[in-house]
Ligand binder design. Structure first.
Ligand code: UD1
Length: 418
């Protein structure tokens, strides 16, 4: 079992470089099988979610080679075989193989995906989209067989602006006959990154980043070279850590407009930032913070994935703050552990009320999911004494070299195998 130990209450100073975006990478890797040639993707983060997807590629007899931050994917000898349950369940994003295999072979056989337990996480919108494109779906318990004689363009309205459904339908539609329109599409930057990748391979997608995406089907996709965008959630996590214990902590390789909603909340509570072209520095200042109220929303609203780390910052604000979660019904599992560290938080329905400032003291806590884990790290960094985090596999799924990055700026943090 792996654990993280943190000796808290140290000031962090220096530069943290943000890696490639997890949520873009996990869609780009499955998307790469749509080419008939070879795809090279660079700025790929070394996280366990990437490894799990590479394992699926290998299961499908796809040639994969990695050199530093690049990955070369060659599906020329690929075999469309069933993605068995252990592979499907390793991560949420395995479901992107459903859209990609359907788009390429008109057939995908796999199981319900895994991922963090932050809500029911159904895939009904993905399946409805595939059906609209002409696929039939047979499901037996957790197993899904999605197949079509022919895929044709369709007008699809998503009941919820789902990131996963938007990308998955795009993957299935790129080689369909005719034109597909996805309305009420999600607008997250990762969707734009995936659409750009597919267009680099010869797809005809317009409107990605807006709520209406148009996909004109093409017959073939060719070779391409592509770069993963910087991870806005990783950047946001380190900015929040900077606000908690940074002293001129520079977060480098950031597309600042991707985190506008976070930046305005940080500024509202009193965090002093220097915002550069591709970096943001949390300036050295007295950490006296004001309260705020936050409601998570789809992009460009405040990201649900930063709600948990931001809660830690609000434990240090003077007075009562509220965070309302609107995307996931089970995303307050970090709260009992923050309380164990000394925070004053009550959750009612989908709203957490946080009263600060509270002194946090080290304790044994659990990373119940990926971003809850990030919240535990943030809390451990300001808590006095030692914080031990278990279930850290969740954290390692999404944060590349988190131990090294934080150690380099002065944190006393170690990953141990026990
Ligand atoms: C993605 C992100 C995740 C982030 C989330 C919301 C990845 C790999 N993960 O997750 O980090 O928290 O977006 O920004 O990119 N829904 C349905 N039916 C469906 C699909 C979704 O009801 O078929 C609901 C979900 O239960 C949830 C909401 O729609 O309440 C949003 O989910 P979605 O945008 O699909 O999230 P993911 O793509 O799973």
């Amino acid at each position: 079992m792996k654990i993280i130990e943190i000796e808290g209450a140290k000031e962090l100073t220096g530069t943290i470089r943000v890696s490639g975006a997890k949520n873009a990478t996990v869609a780009l890797i499955p998307a790469a099988i749509l080419t008939d040639e070879e795809a090279t993707i660079c700025n790929v983060p070394e996280i366990t979610d990437t490894e799990a997807l590479v394992d699926i590629l290998k299961l499908l007899n796809v040639k994969v080679s990695r050199a530093s931050e690049s990955i070369v994917i060659n599906p020329q000898e690929m075999i469309n075989t069933e993605i068995t349950e252990p592979y499907s369940k390793k991560l949420r994003a395995s479901y992107y193989f459903m859209g990609a295999l359907l788009g390429k072979y008109k057939k995908a056989v796999m199981y319900f995906p895994g991922g963090c337990s932050i809500g029911a996480r159904p895939i009904d919108l993905h399946l409805k989209g595939f059906e609209a494109l002409g696929a039939t779906i047979t499901s037996d318990k957790n197993k899904y067989i999605v197949e079509a004689e022919e895929l044709h363009g369709a007008n699809i309205y998503l009941d919820i602006a789902s990131v996963g459904a938007t990308i998955n339908i795009m993957l299935a539609a790129v080689k369909a006959k005719g034109t597909t329109i996805i309305d009420n599409a999600a607008k997250e930057p990762e969707i734009v990154n995936v659409a750009t990748f597919l267009n680099n391979m010869g797809a005809k997608i317009t409107g990605a980043g807006t709520s209406s995406i148009k996909i004109e089907g093409v017959d073939k996709l060719h070779k391409c070279f592509h770069e993963v965008i910087p991870d806005r959630i990783e950047a946001g996590t380190y900015l929040i850590i900077g606000a908690l214990c940074g002293k001129n902590l520079k977060i480098d390789n950031v597309i600042t407009e991707h985190i506008d909603s976070l930046l305005s909340k940080l500024e509202e509570v009193g965090v002093k930032l220097e915002i550069g072209r591709d970096y943001i520095t949390v300036l050295d200042h007295e950490r006296k913070y004001k309260t705020t109220n936050i409601k998570t929303a789809t992009y460009p609203g405040f990201p649900t994935d930063l709600q948990q780390p931001f809660t830690v910052l609000l434990t240090q604000a003077n007075g009562k703050s509220k965070i309302t979660e609107t995307i996931w019904e089970n995303r307050f599992m970090h709260v009992p552990y923050l309380k164990l560290l000394g925070a004053d938080i009550e959750v009612k329905n989908q709203t957490a009320t946080i009263i600060g400032p509270t002194e946090l003291k080290g304790a044994e806590v659990v990373a119940t999911d990926l971003r809850a884990g990030a919240a535990m790290v943030a809390a451990g960094l300001i808590a006095s004494g030692k914080t031990t985090i278990t279930n850290v596999e969740h954290i390692l799924r999404g944060y590349e070299q988190i131990i090294e990055k934080l150690s380099d700026v002065g944190a006393k943090i170690t990953l141990k195998e026990i």
